[in-house]
Design a protein around this ligand. Structure first.
Ligand code: DNO
Length: 363
């Protein structure tokens, strides 16, 4: 496995690359051009700027996250042609600098959804929280305001500009069913996957977070059956999945280790984190440690190990600890602790299995 770390860019992140460098075993930075609106082409010039920043600290830029998809593509409007053409151009531009994986999502209107960005845990740290009853009553506009005002940084997927066209968007999605969304995803993949394949890039869709409909909007990348369907839309190694244990783990019916066993050859990228589920459907993000949440992180790492996983993997959201002022979920400290936990599991698996099964050795 290749350990990577998400970073939002100079001036857009509280963390410096020099500090990331001090976390053991991180080889690459998961990056994005956050100032380019969804639907516009990522120019070679801008891509090169990011590349230079990241490479100056000795990291690779193999994985890009949040090459966002214009809503017109998800809505299946005629104007999608222009935006798909732009997406293809972006894929080609990213290939020129050697990008290998593009993580994207196909969630209507919003990316991830939470109701509180700093809910206090028993140990005094804070973390992202989702409260079911609150979602039922809240106006999505209010949520955008709360989320964007509570952060010093632009939250990907929650840009304040969204307020302006939110009402129109909700109106446009009124009659879009899950089946429509599947059709629109297929249309998109049929156009972009061949280009990605030709350019040595793997598209890796991020599961919906949380993995169920929110505000009445359709959501489809939610469970094993739907992941299988997604992978079958275009049969190509370039049509893959970002395995996100935190998103899928919110639904207790999702057996993530089983998903890895079945689809590991189509998983080029993994986000590993834990969540604690409550009986009423609420959930909170916890430390990565298995015993701290409801997701068997050890079992997931073991499934990856047994699949001889050689893809990219990053710790995902962490708690906010030790008074760190950071992007919600994206501090340095708890993600660094998460990495060490993941390495601990991985190293001990390597050692035990090598002894017992004469395993050739994983990276
Ligand atoms: C949340 C992330 C997501 C992810 C996008 C990819 O923090 O895991 O925002 O980056 O869904 O498009």
């Amino acid at each position: 496995m290749k350990m990577v770390f998400r970073w939002f860019g100079v001036g857009n992140d509280s963390i410096s690359l020099e500090h990331v460098k001090q976390i053991p075993g991180v080889e690459g930075i998961v990056w994005a051009l956050h100032d380019i609106p969804a639907g516009e082409v990522w120019t070679i010039e801008k891509i090169n700027e990011a590349k230079q920043q990241v490479e100056s600290q000795g990291f690779h830029i193999d994985v890009v996250e949040s090459v966002n998809i214009h809503e017109d593509i998800k809505l299946g409007l005629p104007s999608r042609e222009k935006y798909i053409d732009n997406y293809i151009k972006t894929i080609e531009n990213l290939a020129t600098v050697g990008v290998k994986v593009i993580c994207y999502n196909f969630m209507p209107v919003f990316d991830w959804v939470r109701t509180n960005l700093s809910k206090e845990l028993e140990d005094g740290s804070t973390a992202l929280f989702f409260e079911n009853s609150k979602i039922a009553d809240i106006d999505p506009k209010e949520l955008v305001q709360t989320i964007s005002l509570n952060s010093d940084f632009t939250m990907p997927g929650w840009e304040p500009e969204r307020l302006v066209y939110l009402t129109k968007l909700f109106d446009q999605y009124k009659d879009v069913t899950e089946e429509d969304l599947w059709d629109h995803l297929q249309y998109f993949l049929e156009r972009v996957v061949p280009v990605a394949e030709k350019n040595g890039i793997k598209m890796a869709i991020h599961p919906d977070d949380p993995p169920f409909s929110v505000f009445g909007l359709p959501r489809i990348i939610t469970n094993e059956i739907n992941i299988k369907r997604l992978l079958g839309l275009v049969e190509s190694p370039s049509n893959g999945l970002t395995l996100c244990s935190g998103s899928l783990g919110v639904n207790p019916d999702n057996n993530i280790s089983e998903i890895i066993r079945k689809f590991s050859d189509r998983i080029p990228f993994a986000h590993i984190r834990n969540v604690k589920r409550y009986e009423n459907g609420d959930f909170i993000e916890t430390s990565h440690r298995t015993t701290d949440g409801s997701v068997d992180i050890h079992g997931i790492m073991e499934a990856l190990y047994n699949a001889q996983y050689t893809g990219y993997l990053r710790p995902d959201h962490g708690r906010h600890i030790w008074d760190e002022k950071c992007r919600p979920g994206y501090g340095l400290y708890d993600r660094a602790l998460g990495i060490m936990y993941l390495w601990g599991i991985w190293d001990s698996l390597c050692r035990t299995k090598v002894k017992t099964e004469n395993y050739a050795g994983a990276k």
